[in-house]
Design a protein around this ligand. Structure first.
Ligand code: FAS
Ligand code: PHB
Length: 394
């Protein structure tokens, strides 16, 4: 067994793990990043698409926003569409100038990997048999196999950035974590289409056939989602059926048209709300999807991951530079304030915009009233806007 040593052992090279490594590097703090997938896989995994104002500022301020500034699509509003009518929420006007930027998660990942390599640091891709040990000791360890060789990585702290299906959260002893969860009776079918967007901003559509979301990735690529049954088989959705449902759910009385194009990617994502408390145990700190999941209706998943590691990087820096543990000890409580705000907003957006199989006409009237109130009341619209662009970091 080969032994390695580092200050921060980071498991997972998604947005959380990669940004944490970058922020620590800027403070002169060493980390080792291990990832069980190949670089090409993580750089092409299509997921989130919306960066909050705070996330954009964080990436720019930490020196990895050059391509984001060039290629990101800055949006000042979104549209809620129902009853054949579109209603724009002017988020920038309602939030004193804050906005969102559409920039694919895989682009954020590429930029952070590039920054890590340019800093002369490595990411250990395609590792296997990852395990954590002694996480409640002063020398927590990560063991794994890399190119057939067993390695023991001794750390001062471990960051569990390995997503919802990772090994870190399950490594915490039984009885320590409280789990809060809600699953939804639907999923999202997402496509990437080689079709120039025909609308400048995102459209969230409430329709009796089900929710639809119109988004984009570039002036050439449209990103679209359809609410489908929770266990839906993608084989039941040939391209023709996808387009037919999208046209129906996004239709307006004034004849707005969605442009079709070759579908480059399609997939189905389940919907859940999930949080574990606390987000830390001993010297292991969970960040991002390893600790929480939101339904993507609020565009919060990736942004929460970045916000978590902003807190962890500040706490780890204080610890390594001064020995002070207070910020590390408060990590979970600090993150959970923002996590629960995003959980509520994501649940609220999901509840307002989706058709629930169990809903009766009364419930549908409540949803319609909620939608009409949000688009008709400045305070109600401002509440949606400030949550959507992201509350300022405290
Ligand atoms: P990630 O899951 O991104 O990264 C974890 C990393 O750890 C991965 O690279 C994984 O390969 C690695 N890993 C796992 N186990 C490991 C092990 N044992 N050893 C080493 N490495 C390990 N959010 C939105 O806001 N909008 C969306 O539209 C949206 N769509 C999504 C679609 C899908 C299919 C999924 C799964 C999620 C989606 N999300 C969306 C949420 C998503 O963007 C997450 O919030 C975001 O990826 C969180 O980043 P991380 O916490 O870094 O976790
Ligand atoms: C996306 O573009 O992938 C996207 C945008 C907004 C959401 C979810 C996903 O709420």
């Amino acid at each position: 067994m080969t032994s390695m040593r580092t200050q921060v052992g980071i498991i997972g090279a998604g947005p959380a793990g990669l940004l944490l490594a970058h922020l620590l590097q800027r403070q002169g703090i060493e980390s080792a990043v291990i990832e069980n997938r190949a670089r090409d896989y993580v750089e092409h995994r299509v997921r989130a698409g919306v960066l909050e104002q705070g996330s954009v500022d964080l990436l720019n301020d930490s020196g990895v926003g050059a391509r984001l500034q060039l290629e990101g699509l800055v949006h000042h509003g979104i549209e809620l569409r129902f009853g054949g009518q579109g209603h724009r929420i002017d988020m920038t006007a309602l939030t004193g100038g804050r906005c969102i930027t559409v920039y694919g998660q895989q682009e954020v990942v590429k930029d952070l990997i590039r920054a890590r390599i340019d800093a002369g640091r490595e990411i250990m891709f395609e590792v296997s048999d990852v395990r954590v040990a002694d996480i409640d000791s002063s020398a927590p360890k990560v063991t794994f196999v890399r190119a057939g060789e067993k390695i023991e990585l001794v750390c001062d702290i471990i960051a569990g950035c390995d997503g919802f299906h990772g090994v870190c959260r399950p490594s915490i002893p039984a009885g320590v974590l409280s789990t809060f969860e809600r699953t939804y009776p639907f999923a999202w079918l997402g496509i990437l289409a080689a079709a120039p967007p025909t609308h400048d901003e995102l459209i969230y559509a409430y329709h009796q056939r089900g929710f639809a979301l119109y988004s984009m990735r570039s002036p050439e690529v449209t990103r679209l989602y359809l609410q489908v049954a929770p266990e839906e088989d993608i084989g039941n959705w040939p391209d023709e059926r996808i387009w037919e449902d999208l046209h129906t759910r996004l239709e307006t009385d004034d004849g707005w048209k969605l442009r079709e194009g070759a579908i480059a990617e399609k997939g189905i994502t389940g919907m859940r709300s999930f949080v574990v408390e606390p987000m830390q145990y001993g010297r292991m700190f969970l960040a991002g999807d390893a600790a929480h999941i939101v339904p993507p209706t609020g565009a919060k998943g990736m942004n929460l991951a970045l916000a978590d590691v902003r807190v962890l990087a500040q706490a780890a820096t204080a610890y390594f530079k001064t020995g002070a543990r207070a910020l590390l000890d408060a990590y979970s409580a600090t993150c959970l304030k923002r996590v629960w705000r995003a959980e509520h907003f994501s649940w609220w957006m999901t509840s307002m915009l989706h058709r629930f199989p169990s809903d009766d006409v009364f419930q549908q009237r409540l949803q319609r009233s909620q939608l009409e109130y949000v688009v008709g009341s400045r305070p109600a619209a401002a509440s949606l806007a400030e949550n959507y662009v992201g509350l300022p970091f405290s």
